[in-house]
Design a protein around this ligand. Sequence first.
Ligand SMILES: [Zn+2]
Length: 383
Amino acid sequence: MSSHLAARTLAGVALPAREGAWDVTLADGAVATISPAAGEPSGLLALPAFHEPHTHADRAFASMPRPPRSLEDAILMSDALRETSTSEQVQLRAATLFGRAVEHGAVSLRTHVDHSPMDGGRRDRRAVRAAADQLGSAATVEIVAFATRELDPVLPESRAALATALEDGADVLGAFVALSADPAASLDALLDLALATGALVDVHLDEHGDPAASWLEHLACATIARGLEGRVTAGHCCALATLDETRASRVAAKVAAAGITVIALPALNLFLQDRGAGTPRRRGLTLVHELLAAGVPVRFGADNVRDPFYPYGDADPLETAWLAGLGAHVDDQATLLAGVCGGRSSIEPGDRHPLVLVPATSLTDALSRRPGDRRVVRLEAPR
Ligand SMILES: [Zn+2]
């Protein structure tokens, strides 16, 4: 639910990074003033509306007979799901995922859509775009053409199909290169295509715990070599947490120099990394603190929601932030908020970004209970 307001006061709200209750006036499409509340606290927390940076709308909410046994097992289950799904099913899954995210207060999302040998992902991309169009002005959706292992960007036909995808509804180039014959060459080929087309890049990278197969440093060097600084995002980067301290510091510095944004996916990583018969020995999350200290923007995404990779979830950024706090020991509330609010961590006069009102007395309360009945407040200027 959202409201369009020309001028209004949000009375007695709690705000991030401020103690107590505040009156926030909205005027001319922006936050106008913030002052100590004249009346009683409202019991509402105002936050920047959420940005969900990493989902898989084409598979979400597909009912699966069992949880995956490993990442490889999940990939096989996902391939089978894709081959047996109809366009209508894909559109319904995407619409359900988008609807849940919007209900939770998201106003923008990025979703990967499998770019498969079947038809270069065309059918599913169109189904996801149709679901996105149904949202109207409630949220914007970016689509990543996500090259699966069968469409390695190193292959000319795959690059041609990816270029076509950009003309056919995809906004960003993506890939999963861990199972490529030569992951470095696959990354190079994807970045070359990004250079040629001007597209942004968002790759699934190092989603495993093998320090000998970490490609993050290569991605950073290849990004810098092509002048693509600030245009590349890397999701997962789990293997970074398995490198020795010296090498991890070197990689983090290069990632910062390359202007790469790293997305940690706490729910999926905690669920799927180091998965086996017994209890996991590794948490599976990337080095959130060390990347931040090096100057890398770190975001937190939902990733898979009730699909072959992950049986739970509801595309709730507050749940994702809570899991980041829990799994990666992120205590700093500004970092948690920036992770799920597209880099925003406070509300200040002059802000034009939408707000979300959460029935909670503080961010800690909101993260603990993740209450419903949230309301997005848009700040359009009067016409
Ligand atoms: Zn993903």
